[in-house]
Write a protein that binds this ligand. Structure first.
Ligand SMILES: O=C(O)CCC(=O)C(=O)O
Ligand SMILES: [Fe+2]
Length: 328
């Protein structure tokens, strides 16, 4: 057998078992790629496979193309990597993440015009990370970022306990930090199973992200339109002539990454609209965003809306759908 790669202590490998269905060749690259290491944490429903050694190596050569700055509209500041990840690699990443990550279909209540409505998130979601007041030690225990002491029970961490980024997402985070000069402590993942899944116009400008947050957003899989429009300005606010930009459309391809920064979140809205008709069955799309939350309220918010309190789902290759997962 070939050598085991070194890994962080708390991502300890599941005992190695050669796969029965593969003919083992002597110390070849294929053989090394057959050894599946898994990230583990007490708050993961199941261990999460790492990327193969060969995919991992490819991540070091990213981004595939230098970024283009898009700042030709009022308050808009984007870095567009077209692509960040080349197509063949984006395809492998898509397959890996869809098969390996735990997903959720979060439901929550909102009050509109005094009436309570139940909302079912129109896509699959999952999240990993912790705000900057805390971090994980080598065993995966939540410790205070300053003192290094174990964080005592905190209501904001109780309902959905925080969990670290698995190695397969953490490696992309590291690449993203190097390419953008930004720091991230959260990774949110959306899976749009078909064109019927969507995200409505919104901005990611919560207070817990601080002023003018930078958010890196990756697309893998099916091409979907990313729409942006300026927030309406109050009539007598600042500018002598009101801002009229209309809707800007980015047809995002697999492997593309957009870094939204500056006033983009405070002044603009973005969305992924549904696709209808013959475009609806598109094979699915994964969106990964890296963000930096500053307070425990951020951790609470992200887990509430991306994990929630419902069942865990996992991709089922046979049926090609997400299936409810139960511990065996
Ligand atoms: O899927 C996308 O590209 C956008 C996702 C998004 O805006 C969000 O998760 O806040
Ligand atoms: Fe967003």
């Amino acid at each position: 057998m070939s050598q085991k790669r070194t890994i962080d202590a708390f991502f300890g490998p599941v005992p190695k078992r050669p796969r029965k269905d593969t003919a083992v060749k002597e110390n070849s690259q294929e053989e090394r790629d057959e050894i599946i290491l898994r990230s583990q944490h007490s708050k993961y429903p199941f261990p999460i496979a790492e990327l193969s050694a060969s995919i991992c190596k490819e991540l070091y050569s990213l981004p595939a193309r230098p970024a283009r700055t898009i700042n030709n509209e009022p308050d808009l500041d984007l870095l567009y990597f077209e692509p960040y990840i080349p197509d063949y690699l984006a395809r492998q990443l898509f397959q890996h993440l869809r098969a390996e990550l735990p997903f959720y279909k979060v439901e929550y209540q909102i009050k509109r015009g005094g009436i309570e409505t139940q909302v079912r998130t129109p896509r699959w979601t999952t999240v990993f990370g912790i705000d900057e007041t805390s971090k994980f030690d080598e065993d995966g225990t939540v410790i205070d970022a300053n003192t290094g002491m174990k964080v005592p029970a905190d209501r904001r961490y109780d309902k959905c306990p925080p969990r670290p980024l698995p190695k397969c997402l953490d490696e992309l985070r590291q690449s993203t930090e190097t390419a953008t000069d930004c720091k991230f402590n959260f990774c949110l993942v959306n899976y749009y199973a078909s064109g019927a899944d969507s995200i409505a116009f919104h901005s990611d400008d919560e207070r817990f992200l601080g002023q003018d947050p930078a958010i890196a957003s990756y697309s893998l899989g099916a091409r979907r339109d990313f729409l942006m429009k300026h927030k309406p300005e109050a009539p007598n606010q600042g500018a002598s002539s009101p801002i009229k930009t209309g809707v800007i459309k980015f047809p995002l391809n697999s492997g593309d990454m957009i870094l939204m920064r500056g006033r983009t979140q405070s002044k603009w809205l973005h969305s992924i609209p549904k696709r209808t008709g013959k475009n609806q069955e598109d094979g699915g799309r994964i969106n990964i965003t890296f963000r930096r939350a500053q307070t425990k309220e951020g951790t609470e918010n992200y887990y509430n809306y991306n994990v929630g309190s419902g069942p865990v789902y996992r991709w089922d290759k046979t049926s090609g759908t997400m299936m409810q997962w139960k511990p065996s």
